[in-house]
Design a protein around this ligand. Sequence first.
Ligand code: S3P
Length: 183
Amino acid sequence: MTTTTSVICLILIGMMGAGKTTVGRELARRRGTRFADCDHELIARTGVSIPVIFDIEGEAGFRRREARLLDELTAENDIVIATGGGVVLDPANRALLARRGIVIYLDVPSHVLWERTRHDRNRPLLQVDDPRARIVELHCQRDPLYREIADIVIDGERGGSSAMVNQIEKALLGFEKKLPCTP
Ligand code: S3P
């Protein structure tokens, strides 16, 4: 059973460096809604950085925290959520996102992702010998998963974050998604 109630939980997905935080913050500001960034929220709640969570609990521990937080944030109304890039790896997360909000994929090519993340030391998955190859590999693996649940795909190749926010606002005009009655 579905309902046609307008969805007001907007969920940004995409790779590390796609601009989810910047775009999400600007989108929320323009819409006058709350903004939440999953990584920032985890840092605030644990009191430590993402690399420290990975060090102590491993990626599996980080993913468990991420999944719990996602469940909590997507239950809110009137919110824009920037997710972590790896959130789509878990099929349960993908199902949750698809039924709780409008999912917006920021589709940015690997070479741009690399330029934006090459000096970053806060993303444990990129602290490897060849981070550039890692980005390409993760992008290949995840792009189909992002597309699987995306209601809207935003072309992030040209233009900055404002251009992406403009694209999102345009795509949202008249957009309505049917959601299950019991999310
Ligand atoms: C991750 C992306 C990061 C963060 C963690 C793992 C990933 O978030 O959640 O380092 O698996 O792609 P951003 O996408 O905000 O960088």
